[in-house]
Design a protein around this ligand. Structure first.
Ligand code: SF4
Ligand code: SF3
Length: 517
């Protein structure tokens, strides 16, 4: 096996040998490579063939399946690969070969670097396209680009051509995030500011993790009036801000913190957990009988909820487990008892006048977007310290699961606005970009000249596609950590540093001093 797609890759060079740091075994990694190679074969076939909606769906599912912490089950991966081969035959009578991923891993390091940026960006984007697709929203340009990008990985393109495709991945991902924003807000309403308790009430409950709001909605519907409470986990937290999800009175609060703490947080939990997407970690014995998967997530021996979305096994398990006997006052990592969410673009732009006035009056000196993935690396305490040390006249915009490092902190308000504004999941980077673009219009300057700095944390491939979107938009001076991606070669890094001044994080005080100068 060889895999270096995520931030925790071994020695920051690549996972090899018997298993990756995430627990993905070598045979699973090899099956995932075969699946990706088959997708490139399908893209070759689609070039002169006639792809259909089914083909798009297979491509999106295939890419999503290979994201870190999504799928650990060889059977599912092999079945999907067989389906890709079958589809290849359906759309084109001529047989196109699969691509051998070894060619990529052994390629010249700069070519490999750019192709990896494209491939990992496509994987991240596929997740967003999938969430939009289940809500009935697709976009031809987005779908078409999956084929263009995959095709390119199998070709001998030069650096220049690949670099332009890297930026195009960012451009198309922006469209894809816009599509998902539209799908989510049309289905569930525009998010509103919401305080979410971390207390777990007594009695049966179900914990829902991952990013898929549609799965959550279906489960809420199926558990209505059954005496079972529902708690979000990790990236599902922003669901509380959506009016049509909030309306379910048994959507009670949030359980636990970010994904990397699940093994200790789920240890002996008296309730089942549903994983709708990443990040699933190898499941421990102490809670193995209570983890359920659905959609593209799967793991050996766990019950998988299929396309009929009949959640009966989870409901039965919740009743059997019974929940806690008394209310549990759980807290966040900084001992806070509630967190807030729901500050998406509509809400923030709804108070734009107030924000603009506060900036003009000097009450808001600077905005920081401190967001992205969480993870287990010790260096990630940087983000907690950064927020704690940020001056009182600054606003922290945040999104994705990295916020669990600080979202339970009470760091005060400015002009009635909380200083920490949670804009949502990682895909809600779209909201942050919308707000930044709107502010740049008002202040008649470019986004790079706004009193705004992006301090990002990355882990998996959705963070890759978001980073590419920011680069495509010409956003400079991004602080990135906790480490730089292993798949970016020194030469490609120097291009990114020269053109975009991407800066590795150092220490909160040094970076704050530099930014606020
Ligand atoms: Fe290693 Fe990350 Fe790949 Fe897992 S996903 S095998 S941790 S690089
Ligand atoms: Fe987190 Fe896995 Fe990336 Fe959507 S849940 S951000 S790491």
């Amino acid at each position: 096996m060889f895999c270096f797609q995520c931030q925790q890759t071994a020695h920051n060079t690549g996972c090899e040998g018997k298993a990756g740091v995430c627990g993905k075994k070598s045979d699973t990694a090899n099956y995932q490579d075969a699946l990706t190679g088959a997708l490139i074969g399908l893209a070759r076939s689609a070039k002169s063939g006639h792809k259909t909606y089914d083909t798009d769906e297979i491509v999106i599912k295939g890419l999503f399946t290979t994201i870190t912490n999504v799928n650990f089950f060889n059977d599912t991966i092999k079945k999907l690969t067989a389906k890709i081969h079958e589809e290849r035959g359906k759309i084109n009578a001529q047989k196109y070969e699969d691509y051998d991923m070894e060619c990529l891993w052994n390629d010249n390091e700069d070519i490999r670097s750019l192709k990896s940026l494209i491939l990992f960006g496509l994987r991240g984007m596929a997740a967003y396209a999938y969430h939009a697709m289940v809500l009935g929203k697709t976009d031809d340009e987005v779908n078409q680009f999956f084929y263009e990008g995959l095709y390119a990985i199998g070709e001998n393109y030069d650096l220049e051509k690949l670099l332009s495709l890297v930026l195009k991945t960012g451009e198309i991902n922006f469209k894809c995030m816009e599509l998902l924003d539209k799908a989510n807000t049309e289905a569930y309403g525009a998010p509103v500011p919401t305080t979410v308790p971390l207390t777990i009430e007594k009695g049966p409950f179900i914990v829902v993790s991952g990013h898929d709001l549609y799965d959550l909605k279906l489960l809420l519907e199926q558990t209505k009036d059954k005496g079972i409470n529902i708690y979000t986990h990790s990236e599902m937290l922003p669901a509380h801000g959506y009016p049509k999800l909030k309306a379910y009175s048994h959507l009670k609060g949030n359980f636990g913190t970010a994904w990397q703490s699940q093994q200790s947080e789920f240890h002996n939990i008296p309730a089942p957990i549903l994983f709708t997407t990443n990040c699933l970690m190898p499941v421990r014995e102490s809670y193995k009988d209570r983890v359920f998967t659905t959609s593209v997530v799967s793991y050996p021996e766990l019950v998988h909820i299929g396309e009929d979305k009949d959640f009966t096994p989870i409901i039965t398990k919740a009743i059997e487990c019974g929940g806690y006997e008394k209310e549990m006052n759980l807290t966040g990592i900084n001992k806070g008892s509630t967190v807030t969410t729901g500050f998406a673009h509509e809400t923030v732009l709804g108070v734009a006048d107030k924000i603009i006035q506060a900036v003009k009056d000097g009450k808001i000196r600077h905005f920081f977007l401190v967001g992205g993935c969480d993870g287990a690396a010790p260096g990630r305490s940087y983000y907690t310290d950064f927020v704690k040390q940020s001056p009182k006249d600054t606003i922290i915009l945040t999104l994705a699961c990295g916020k669990y490092r600080f979202n339970d902190l009470d760091i005060g308000e400015i002009c009635g606005l909380p200083r920490i504004l949670d804009m949502g999941q990682c895909n809600d980077a779209y909201s942050a970009i919308k707000v930044a673009l709107a502010l740049s219009k008002v202040f008649e300057c470019s986004v790079n000249d706004l009193p705004l700095t992006l301090v990002l944390s990355w882990y998996e491939q959705k963070a890759v596609c978001i980073l590419l979107t920011l680069l495509y938009l010409g956003i400079k001076n991004i602080y990135l950590g906790p480490t730089l991606p292993a798949f970016i070669s020194p030469k490609i890094l120097s291009i990114l540093v020269d053109q975009y001044n991407i800066t590795p994080i150092s220490t909160p005080d040094k970076d704050l001093a530099k930014i606020l100068g």
